[in-house]
Write a protein that binds this ligand. Structure first.
Ligand SMILES: NC(=O)c1ccc[n+]([C@@H]2O[C@H](COP(=O)([O-])OP(=O)(O)OC[C@H]3O[C@@H](n4cnc5c(N)ncnc54)[C@H](O)[C@@H]3O)[C@@H](O)[C@H]2O)c1
Ligand SMILES: O=C(O)C(=O)C[C@@H](O)[C@H](O)[C@H](O)COP(=O)(O)O
Ligand SMILES: [Zn+2]
Length: 359
C-alpha cells in the first residue's frame, strides 16, 4: 500500500492506494462512530456493495446502505434529500460516519450531505472510477449541480480518509476510463511536463488498465492534487489551476444537458479549447497545442466542441465560480507544465466557439 497525505486547515488525512483497500475500509472508521451509512448508486451498489458491507462488519457498528439512481442528472437536491430522509429515518446521530462508494457523482453528493447533516458529520471516500480515484475523492470539493451551472451549490468539506483500490477499475466501461484519463493528463499540462511526456508514452498501457501504469498514474495524480490543495484548500488562488479546461467543459455539460457528455470528456475537449486560447491570448506555442490535442484524442476523448453558438457559450461560461463580475476568467498555459488564471475579453474567445459564424 502507498499513502499520500493531504494537509489542509479543514483536515489532515491519508489517501491509501493499494489492491484490496476495498476490504480494509473499516481501518478508516473511527472507534467512536455510532453507525455507518454507505452511500452508493444502483450500479456500484450491485457490483461492490455486498463486499464493502462485509468488510465494514469488522467495525462492529450498525450499517445502512443508501442507493441513489445512477447518473450525472441525479446530482441534485432530490438525491440529497433521499440521503437526509434515510439518515433521519434510521435516527443516525452526529457520530455516524458516511462512506461514499462510487464515482465522482456519488462522492460529491455524499460529501455535501456529510457537510450538512446535523451541521456536519464525518465521511470516508471509497472512489470506484478512475476519475474519482485521481481527482474527485481528494481535496474536499463537494456539490450538486444547478440547471444553470455545474457544482453551483456545495461546500469545501474534507473526508476522514480516501481508500483507493485500483482493482475495482476492472469493471469500468472503456468510455469511463477515457474520461478518467482526461483528469490525469490535466496534471501534466498544468504542473508537471515530465508527467505529460510519461502519459504520452504510456497511453496504450493506461487505456488497457495495465497494473503498473495505472498505479503510477493514480499515485502521481494524487500527489499533485494533494500538493495543490494542501497549499490552497478553498481556491483563493493556486487551486484554480485544477480547473484547466473546465470553463469550456462545464459549459458543454450544462449546455447539452447533464449526462450527455461525461465530465471527463467535456474536460478533455475543454482542455484543447483552453490550449488554443493559451496560444491566442498568451505564449503557448503551436507545437504544444498540437501535442495536447493529440493526447486528448489518443486517450479516447472528443476534441471537437459542440456547436452551441458563441453567445450561448459565453452565457454558459459566465456562470462559473472563478469569474469576478461579468468578465470570464480562464486557466491558461504559458507553457506545458505551467498554469495561470486570467480574464480574457469575449472577442478574443469568440473565434474558438463553434456557431460563431452563424450567431
Ligand atoms: N469534487 C471534485 O474535486 C471533482 C473532481 C472531478 C470531477 N468531479 C465530479 O465528478 C463527477 C464525475 O465523476 P465520474 O466520472 O466518476 O462519474 P460517475 O460518478 O457518474 O461514474 C461514472 C459511471 O461509472 C459507474 N461506475 C462507478 N464505478 C464503477 C466500477 N468500478 N465499475 C463499473 N461501473 C462503475 C457509475 O455508476 C457511473 O455510471 C462529475 O459530477 C464531476 O463534476 C468532482
Ligand atoms: O479540485 C478542484 O479544485 C478542481 O477544480 C477539480 C476539477 O477536476 C473538478 O471537476 C471540480 O469539481 C471543478 O470545480 P468547480 O469549482 O469548477 O466546480
Ligand atoms: Zn474535473
Amino acid at each position: 500500500m502507498h499513502t499520500v497525505q493531504v494537509e489542509t486547515p479543514g483536515g489532515h488525512y491519508p489517501i491509501h492506494i493499494g489492491a484490496g483497500r476495498l476490504d480494509a475500509v473499516a481501518d478508516s472508521i473511527p472507534a467512536d462512530a455510532t453507525a455507518i451509512a454507505i452511500v452508493t448508486n444502483t450500479t456500484v451498489g450491485a457490483l461492490y456493495g455486498a463486499r464493502l458491507r462485509a468488510a465494514l462488519e469488522a467495525a462492529g457498528k450498525p450499517l445502512l446502505t443508501i442507493e441513489l439512481p445512477d447518473g450525472e442528472q441525479y446530482k441534485t437536491w432530490e438525491s440529497l434529500d433521499r440521503i437526509f430522509d434515510a439518515l433521519l429515518a434510521a435516527a443516525l446521530d452526529r457520530k455516524a460516519v458516511l462512506v461514499a462508494l462510487g464515482g465522482g457523482v456519488v462522492g460529491d453528493i455524499c460529501g455535501f450531505a456529510a457537510s450538512c447533516y446535523m451541521r456536519g458529520i464525518r465521511f470516508v471516500q471509497v472512489p470506484t472510477t478512475l476519475l474519482a480515484q485521481v481527482d474527485s475523492s481528494v481535496g474536499g470539493k463537494t456539490a450538486i449541480n444547478h440547471p444553470r451551472g455545474k457544482n453551483m451549490i456545495g461546500a469545501f468539506y474534507q473526508p476522514l480518509a480516501v481508500e483507493i483500490d485500483p482493482h475495482v477499475l476492472a469493471t469500468l466501461p472503456a468510455r469511463e476510463i477515457s474520461a478518467g484519463l482526461a483528469e490525469i493528463i490535466k496534471y501534466g499540462m498544468i504542473a508537471d511536463a515530465g508527467f505529460f511526456d510519461w502519459c504520452e508514452a504510456h497511453v496504450d498501457a493506461l487505456r488497457a488498465l495495465d497494473d503498473q501504469a495505472i498505479r503510477h498514474a493514480v499515485r502521481r495524480s494524487c500527489e499533485l492534487k494533494a500538493w495543490v490543495v494542501s497549499q490552497d484548500e478553498r481556491e483563493s488562488g493556486l487551486r484554480a489551476i485544477l480547473n484547466f479546461g473546465h470553463t469550456f467543459g462545464h459549459a458543454i455539460e450544462s449546455g447539452l444537458g447533464y449526462g450527455q457528455w461525461l465530465h471527463g470528456e467535456a474536460v478533455g475537449c475543454g482542455m484543447v479549447m483552453a490550449a488554443e486560447l493559451s496560444a491566442r491570448a498568451g505564449s503557448l506555442d503551436a507545437a504544444a497545442v498540437d501535442r495536447i490535442r493529440a493526447l486528448v484524442s489518443a486517450i479516447g476523448c472528443p476534441v471537437d466542441p459542440p456547436g452551441l453558438g458563441a453567445d450561448r457559450w459565453l452565457d454558459l461560461m459566465r456562470v462559473d465560480k472563478k469569474n469576478e463580475g461579468r468578465r470570464i476568467r480562464y486557466v491558461l498555459l504559458p507553457a506545458l507544465g505551467q498554469a495561470e488564471v486570467r480574464a480574457v475579453d469575449d472577442d478574443v474567445v469568440r473565434p474558438l466557439l463553434p456557431g460563431t459564424a452563424q450567431s
